[in-house]
Design a protein around this ligand. Structure first.
Ligand code: HOZ
Length: 421
């Protein structure tokens, strides 16, 4: 496969950008080789600088639920350009988007718009501390909540890919405010609350883990978390940056019927533009400045381009509830009949093929995957015109733009790998 131009671009990039990329997983360190430099996307496909085309299951790491260059999103962006790209002042659109979010996720009684998922989780954590007057947070091993200092303890995503257990640069005092527990372990959660319940400000969780690969919650896990938080006065934060508007219109909280106290969302709500949000119980959200004493601000928060793209996206999702059934069908086709030796986890249109024949239920079991074989599979798929996440520890995403032909091609390409190797 010809990646000559991408290789030259990578060489140039490495001289000015650390690792040549602006987010680590993109560098392909988990799978080796040259990352294609992308020049264009359309529907289910992306195109690189060398003229190769790929069926894209990264979908910008989740936001592109309706595929690349969704016409309504593009049109919304065009019309905003006529009126101005940033004011740093309130606009009516921001109310519209916040109301649309609340309509889909009623637990988000009040909403604050920010620029990235990291900002949303960082702010939610601070708010939980300010609200409860306590310092400790529980997180789960292998979950990733953005690069928030105190949450980079046993984190998934790029840290899992690069094998970095705990990042450099975080003062021990910050890390000490985090208790990391095994995902899906109710006994570990009960024990943490038994021993330190009165100090715990929040429990933050990806209700469907997506950053150690896709791992669904075990039966009763989220329910136990909800009950323990309520009993001990801790704030339950669902990090739905990945799952919000993805696994169901109302996110994982709708799918599993759990009402968190705070929620963070991002990705889909921006239709491919940088935006995120956090929100939840009115009594908690009222503690945010200027209503309350917990400070959080941002020059580009509520940016007109990002907000308009988000409105165009959410309007389509609200108007077409059948989208989720269609995504379910496509993703089920993709994940049907996994070959021997592979464990497929899937929730709606989020999926991971783990290179292990054992069930994957937490970080420890995810790490049992044969990452060297995954890397071979990844490159086989790339050469077959299929762009998967370049890491065993990331979720894949199906969009409404993926056609039956796309799925058929992908399944055939995968089958060819398993019959050959
Ligand atoms: N860590 C992000 C997904 N879990 C990747 C972001 C990116 O590289 O764009």
């Amino acid at each position: 496969m010809n990646l000559t131009k991408s290789a030259a671009l990578l060489e140039r990039a490495c001289k000015i950008i650390p690792g040549g990329v602006n987010s680590p997983v993109r560098a392909f360190r988990g799978v080796g080789g040259t990352p294609p430099f992308i020049v264009r996307g359309e529907g289910s496909r992306i195109f690189d600088a060398d003229g190769n085309s790929y069926i894209d299951y990264v979908c910008s790491w989740g936001p592109l639920l309706l595929g690349h260059r969704n016409p309504a999103v593009i049109e919304a962006l065009r019309s905003v350009l006529e009126t101005g790209t940033s004011f740093g002042a309130p606009t009516e659109r921001e109310i519209d988007l916040a109301e649309m979010i609340r309509a889909a996720m009623p637990s988000m009684e009040m909403v604050r718009l920010v620029n990235s998922g990291t900002e949303a989780t960082m702010s939610a954590l601070r708010l939980a501390r300010g609200f409860t007057g306590r310092d400790l947070s529980i997180k789960f091993e292998g979950c990733y909540h953005g690069h928030v200092d105190s949450l980079l303890v046993k984190a998934g995503s790029g840290l899992a890919t690069l094998g970095i257990p705990d990042t450099a640069g975080v003062p021990a005092a910050f890390a000490d405010t985090t208790i990391a527990l095994p995902f899906n372990s109710i006994p570990a959660l009960e024990e943490a609350f038994r021993s330190r319940g009165s100090q715990i400000a929040s429990v933050i969780v990806e209700p469907v883990a997506g950053n150690m690969g896709c791992i669904p919650p075990a039966s009763g896990f989220l329910e136990a978390m909800r009950e323990l938080c309520t009993r001990h006065g801790a704030v339950l934060i669902f990090d739905e940056v990945m799952t919000g508007f993805r696994v169901a219109h109302g996110g994982a909280q709708q799918l599993f019927g759990i009402r968190p106290d705070l929620t963070t969302i991002g990705k889909v709500i921006g239709g491919g533009l940088p935006i995120a949000a956090y929100g939840g119980r009115k009594d908690i959200m009222s503690k945010i400045a200027p209503s309350g004493p917990v400070y959080q601000a941002g020059t580009l928060s509520g940016n007109p381009l990002a907000v308009s793209a988000g409105i165009a996206m959410l309007r389509q999702l609200a108007a077409n509830p059948g989208i989720y059934a269609a995504l379910e069908t496509r993703a089920a086709q993709l994940c049907a009949n996994p070959p021997a030796g592979i464990t497929v986890n899937r929730v709606g249109s989020m999926f991971t093929f783990f290179f292990t024949d054992l069930p994957v239920t937490d970080y420890e079991t995810a790490k049992r995957s044969d990452t060297a074989r995954f890397a071979k599979f990844f490159h086989h798929m790339l050469e077959s015109g299929v762009y998967l996440a370049p890491s065993q520890f990331e979720a894949g995403f199906v969009s409404t733009a993926h056609t039956e032909d796309d799925i058929r091609h992908t399944v055939a390409a995968a089958a060819a790998f398993f019959t050959r190797v």
